[in-house]
Ligand binder design. Sequence first.
Ligand code: ADP
Ligand code: PEP
Ligand code: CA
Ligand code: MN
Length: 666
Amino acid sequence: MAGNGNENADGDFSFSAAAARDALPRITTEKGAKSADVCHDDTAPRVNFQTIDELHSLQKKRSAPTTPLKEGGGVVMGTSGPTTPSSGETMLQSVSASLASLTRETGPKLIRGDPTSAAKVAHVPHTPTSVPAADVSDSGLKFTHILHNLSPAELYEQAIKYEKGSFVTSTGALATLSGAKTGRSPKDKRVVKDETTASELWWGKGSPNIEMDEQTFLVNRERAVDYLNSLDKVFVNDQYLNWDPENRIKVRIVSARAYHSLFMHNMCIRPTPEELENFGTPDFTIYNAGKFPCNRYTHYMTSSTSVDINLGRREMVILGTQYAGEMKKGLFGVMHYLMPKRKILSLHSGCNMGKEGDVALFFGLSGTGKTTLSTDHNRYLIGDDEHCWSDAGVSNIEGGCYAKCIDLSREKEPDIWNAIKFGTVLENVVFDEHTREVDYNDKSVTENTRAAYPIEYIPNSKIPCVGPHPKNVILLACDAFGVLPPISKLDLAQTMYHFISGYTALVAGTEEGVKEPRATFSACFGAAFIMLHPTKYAAMLAEKMQAQGATGWLVNTGWSGGSYGAGSRIKLAYTRKIIDAIHSGSLLNATYHKTEIFGLEIPNEVEGVPSEILEPMNAWEDKEAYKDTLLKLAGLFRNNFETFTSHKIGDDGKLTEEILAAGPNF
Ligand SMILES: Nc1ncnc2c1ncn2[C@@H]1O[C@H](COP(=O)(O)OP(=O)(O)O)[C@@H](O)[C@H]1O
Ligand SMILES: C=C(OP(=O)(O)O)C(=O)O
Ligand SMILES: [Ca+2]
Ligand SMILES: [Mn+2]
C-alpha cells in the first residue's frame, strides 16, 4: 500500500492522525497497487457531449414502442396529417377524433408530449388548408399536447410540478387531494334514456339511473370537450377492462390531471407495448373535465356536478368532481350493462382463490370488507371489487385495487400496507410535513381516505386475474345494529333474498345528521352501479350458484354485543378466522342451530372464535334491547323488500316463492 492512506475492508480510505499532521500527502487511488503509479485524474473515458444540453440529452434513452415518436421529431395531428401515419400518428388521429367537437368538422390539433419539452421537438408541418374566415377560431388554431399512457414516474413528475397538493410520501406513494369531492356523487349521476335504454334499463323507484336526454348529454359532452381542448395538455389512457380475453373492453380515459391518469393506470388493465401499438378505436371513452363544473342552467342539472353515461354513444362525461373513484365505478356501471347482454354476470364483489383452486366471492357495500378480506396472505387475490362470472369461471374487470386506508395498520392488513409504495396513489391522507410519514388515523380531510395500486403490488395476486367457478359466495354486511350473527349459512333462497336486499348500515358520524345506525339497502350489494333490474342479476346468480353447487354465507363484519355506540365492532382477526373456516370447508360440516325471525343457521363452533359471540343475543347484556333491535331491523328488511314482491326471479316460479319466504318471519 503506497502513500499515507489506510485502506479499510470496504476499500475506503481513512487517514491516520499522524499523517494528517504532516504536509498534505499524495494520495494514490489505485487499490492494492502493484506498481508505484501516481494518481491519474485525467484517465476518464472521453465524453460524448460538448454542452450541458447534450449531456442532459444522454440521460434519457429512447423507449420504443411505448413512446413511438418518429425519429428526430414529434408528431402533430390536426386538420391534416401525414400521408402514411406511424403508430404514434395513428394514436394522435384516434385521440383527435375522440376530442373532436361535435359542432366543428375536425378534431383539435394535437402534439404528443409535454408542452415544456415540445419546443425541442420538430413538428411535422401541416399543409395549410383554406377555411372560410367565419369558421376560423382561436381554439381551432391552438395545439393541445397529448400525454398518452405516461409511465408512473412521468406522471409523478407531472403531478408534483403542476398539481397543487401532490407529494411523495415516506414510502414512495403519490399523495394527492381529490378536491371538494372526497366521495362519489350518486345523486348527480345521469343516464341517457333513448329508445333502447328506455326498455332495457331499470328506471324509477329505487333505481340509480336518473334519466337525461341525448341532447342534454351532448351539451355536457361539448362542455367537457371544449374545456379539455382549451388546456395546454390533456392526459389520455388507453387501457382494458376484464381479464377474460374474449370479453375484454377497450377504454380510453381523457383527463386533465396526472392524478387521474395514474389512478386509472393503476385501476384498469395495463396494455403491453405491443397491445398499445395496435390499440385502435376504444369501445368506451370517458371525458373527465374534473373541476370544471356543469352549467346549472342545463336541463336535468341540480348541482355543479354531473356524471353522465351514454350507452348508445359509449361515452361518459364527468363535470364538477375530481373524485377519481367516479371513473372506476362509472366503468363498472357500463360493464353491468354490457356483460349481461353476453350472458355474463357482473358482480360487485372481491374474489380470491385457495391453493386447491377453490374460489370465493365477497359481496358487500362500501366499507363492509371486500378489499380487506379478499386480500388474504394465504390465498391468491383475483380482485378486490369488480368481477365477471361467465360460463368459463370468474374474471376480474380491473387491474388494480382501491383500498380504504382509514386506521390502516401494518399488523392487521400487512399486504395492503406494503402495497403503498412507489406508483400507488394515496388520496386525501394527512402526512407529516417533514418526514412525509402518513398518519392513517387522521380524518382531517375525509374519513374516505384511499389507496389505489396495481394488483401485482399484492404479493400473492393471481395474474392473469381469472379463476374457476366459485365454491363459496360470501355476503358481507356491516350491521351496526349488532343483531346479525357474525356468521350464518344460507340456503339458495336466503342467499337470493339477502343479495337482492343488499343490507348494510351507516353509522353515526359518517354522514351529517346520522345520530343512530341507519340501515341502507342497496340491491345486489351495489344498486348505485347496476343498470338492469336487480332481479335480472339475481336470476343469473341463482342459476350459476345452483349449477356449480356454490354455498352462500352471510358474514356480519359490523357490531356485536350491542348497537354502534354500546357494542363493539367484531374483531377483524375473528372475521378472518370465520372466513378461513368457510374456505377450508370445515364450516360446511359444522353443527348448526336456527335463529328466530331471520331463520339463519348459526354454527355452534368456529375454530379460533369465542363461542359467546356466535349467537348475537349472548353477546348483548340487555336481552330485551336485543329483541327490540332485531325486530326493528326485521321490519326494515320487510319494508325494503316490498318493491320486489311483485317481480318474478328467473323462469322458476318456485324459486321466486321461496325467496319471498326467505325473509324475516315475525
Ligand atoms: N371485522 C371486520 N371485517 C372486515 N373489515 C373490518 C373489520 N373490522 C374493521 N374493519 C375495517 O373495515 C374496513 C373495510 O373496508 P374495505 O375492505 O375497504 O371495504 P369494501 O372493499 O367492501 O368497500 C377496513 O378499513 C377494515 O380495516
Ligand atoms: C370506490 C368505491 O368502492 P368501495 O367502497 O366498494 O371500495 C365506491 O363505492 O366509491
Ligand atoms: Ca425518451
Ligand atoms: Mn373495496
